[in-house]
Design a protein around this ligand. Structure first.
Ligand code: NAD
Length: 261
């Protein structure tokens, strides 16, 4: 009985995959939205999945909230200590990132909007001018006072040399990674590009995102309102599953190559 259920599930997936491929084959312009789930197979944990960083330790959310980061030196020391040991800087793109790069090279990628800060899409070879890193990048540091930026490795070297909370070399201000923390506004131009992608592309594919972080998650209902099919690839259910054209419940690194290549 148990095996039959898996067979049914596989059959269902095969059918869903065929529908997804048919939708994509007839589209000349495809938008993709990715979240932390596309990078878990590169060894970077997500936040809200079953073994996500926040699922295991709800206190960790504070490090991603600007008010706590600015007001509590301990939050900043913890953030720098963890960043200096983070697997994110050695991670390599996986077959999911590479499948989107292949889509880009086929000339049909409208825009790739990523919530990820790990830089793996560009490392995989997707053209930087088609990628919107809507939550910024961990590969740079920035000063919250004067706005100057620099390579993250520079700041991490200071941390490894013993500075627990490195300050801005120019003005002495508080330094953070060049990511958008909760409580900060998104870059208006990036948000506009994300909105345009949802409205203009013929199909939207949402991959490895719980679709619970706004305003980015609003790309999905925006595309649906235009009558564009939305394909959701995620390990767990999302709030938009009922209205999606196709749901593929599997790992992005397996599903995307099967779907795009
Ligand atoms: P999330 O943690 O809210 O959700 C990730 C989703 O991906 C979950 O629903 C999970 O079930 C699914 N998932 C996990 N592994 C998967 C896999 N191999 N294949 C398919 N699905 C998989 O992530 P989010 O919606 O992107 O939002 C969290 C925020 O945290 C983002 O805004 C991002 O800025 C940040 N973040 C980034 C990274 C990164 O850059 N790699 C990692 C963690 C968090």
């Amino acid at each position: 009985m148990g095996e039959d259920r898996w067979m049914d599930l596989d059959k269902l997936h095969a059918e869903q995959l065929d529908i997804a491929k048919a939708i994509l084959a007839s589209a000349s312009s495809i938008a993709v939205l990715t979240g932390a789930g596309i990078s878990t197979d590169s060894g970077i944990p997500d936040f809200r999945g079953p073994s996500g960083v926040w699922t295991r330790n709800p206190e960790a959310e504070k490090r991603s909230t600007i008010q706590y980061y600015l007001s509590d030196p301990q939050v900043r020391r913890d953030a720098w200590r963890l960043r200096a040991a983070s697997e994110m800087f050695d991670a390599q793109p996986n077959a999911g990132h590479d499948a989107i790069t292949a889509l880009d090279r086929s000339g049909r990628l409208h825009t790739l909007v990523t919530q990820n800060i790990d830089g793996l899409h560009v490392l995989s070879g997707t053209s930087p001018d088609r990628v919107v890193e809507i939550h910024g990048t961990v590969h740079k540091w920035e000063c919250v006072e004067c706005g100057v930026r620099g390579p993250m490795e520079e700041a991490l070297e200071r941390v490894r040399a013993g500075e627990e909370d490195p300050s801005c070399p120019l003005c002495g201000g508080i330094v953070k990674s060049a990511t958008i923390l909760f409580g900060q506004s998104l870059v208006a131009a990036d948000l506009l590009r994300a909105e345009r992608a949802a409205l203009e592309a013929e199909v939207l594919v949402a991959v490895g995102t719980s679709l619970s972080v706004y305003p980015v998650a609003a790309m999905v209902p925006a595309a649906m309102e235009q009558g564009h099919p939305v394909i959701i690839v995620n390990a767990e259910s999302t709030p938009f599953d009922d209205q999606a054209a196709v749901i593929l419940r599997g790992s992005a690194s397996l599903v995307l190559p099967a779907m795009f290549i």
